[in-house]
Design a protein around this ligand. Structure first.
Ligand code: NAP
Length: 297
């Protein structure tokens, strides 16, 4: 619920204007929360016709938005994934506009895929990024490009994002017909409201001079997908779907789906929650799924 974020978050610094490039699942939620806290917010989508679009930005057109959009921006977040050529769409098209702004904080939403396979071990921001998949190698290149941009950048690494309308609750409700079991395999995840809560927390910490380069935003409990789907089925009062072995299921997976199962890691949130003092709204998938169910009702 938006109130859960708003009630615990300090407003953005006085006079702040937040520009959100990429108002998708996370960007929309951030826009709602920041507006509810009284900030001026502008949010892009690739077309003006999409819900929540304050302006259009599509890097494939190579057209920057008009100057007025950028005027007075103090805080900026990019939620736009790498382009198919591997370059960062924002830096590719908007570098000169961004360099002319008096930006106080810039967040780049990246992925914990940059850590590569950790064989089920815990991984933190202090570990060396060793991406295995091409898309994660591209992502690491985009992180480096942001870090070299001269902007006051903070890299936010995210595991699987879930939330209302995009969770195991929806999978079960849509008649998901199997659960894949790969012994020892876990996935880390984060509820979208905690991404937003953490961003607002980090913006306020930055204003106090505490601004680490890279922060993982993940919950406390990496778990198997079977456990998560079983719990979602339990909340809905449904029978859980039958379990299928990874060996069988993998014969029918597309390369993208298969690639997720080739990496196994537990993403540590020690920096965010212990060193930087962020308190999770949804410490684990059980809390997060209950909130998703309430939202759907
Ligand atoms: N989903 C996950 O589980 C996950 C996990 C780790 C990291 N991430 C990354 O974290 C970020 C936020 O994730 P999300 O799931 O909230 O993303 P999302 O819903 O897919 O939103 C991505 C946004 O980027 C915009 N966009 C895409 N290509 C663009 C381009 N070439 N030019 C301009 N805008 C473009 C989209 O425009 P439209 O609004 O017009 O579609 C959308 O607003 C993304 O970078 C994502 O790759 C996601």
């Amino acid at each position: 619920m938006l109130a859960a974020i708003v009630n615990r978050s300090a407003p953005l610094p006085p006079g702040a204007k937040l520009l959100i490039l990429g108002g998708g699942f996370t960007g929309q939620r951030l826009a709602e929360a920041a507006r509810a806290l009284g900030a001026k917010v502008l949010c892009s989508r690739r077309t003006n016709k999409s819900k929540g679009a304050d302006f259009a930005f599509d890097s494939s057109t190579k057209q920057p938005p008009c100057d007025e959009i950028f005027q007075g921006t103090t805080h900026l977040i990019s939620s736009i994934p790498p382009a198919t050529n591997g370059e960062d769409p924002v830096l590719q098209i908007l570098s000169s506009q961004l360099k002319n702004l008096s930006l106080e904080w810039v967040g780049y939403l990246s992925t914990t895929g940059v850590y590569g396979d950790c064989q089920g071990n815990w991984v933190s921001e202090n570990d060396y990024a060793k991406p295995k998949q091409l898309r994660s190698k591209r992502r690491l290149e985009c992180e480096k490009a942001w870090q070299a941009s001269g902007l006051p950048i903070q890299i936010l690494r995210l595991p699987g994002i879930y939330g209302p309308g995009r969770s195991a609750i929806d999978s079960i409700q849509s008649g998901k017909n199997k659960m894949v079991d790969k012994p020892g395999q876990v996935f880390s995840r984060i509820h979208v409201d905690d991404i937003v809560g953490a961003i607002l927390h980090l913006i306020n910490l930055q204003a106090k001079g505490n601004n680490p380069d890279i922060v993982n935003i993940s919950d406390n409990l990496p778990t198997s997908n079977v456990e998560v789907l079983q719990y979602a089925a339990h909340l809905l009062g449904h029978d859980p779907p039958p379990i299928q072995s990874f060996e069988d299921a993998s014969k029918h997976m597309n390369p993208m789906a298969l690639s997720f199962w080739q990496e196994n890691r537990r993403v540590s949130n020690h920096r965010l929650c212990k060193e930087l003092g962020y308190s999770l709204i949804h410490a684990d998938y059980k809390s997060g799924l209950k909130a998703c169910l309430l939202h759907n009702q």
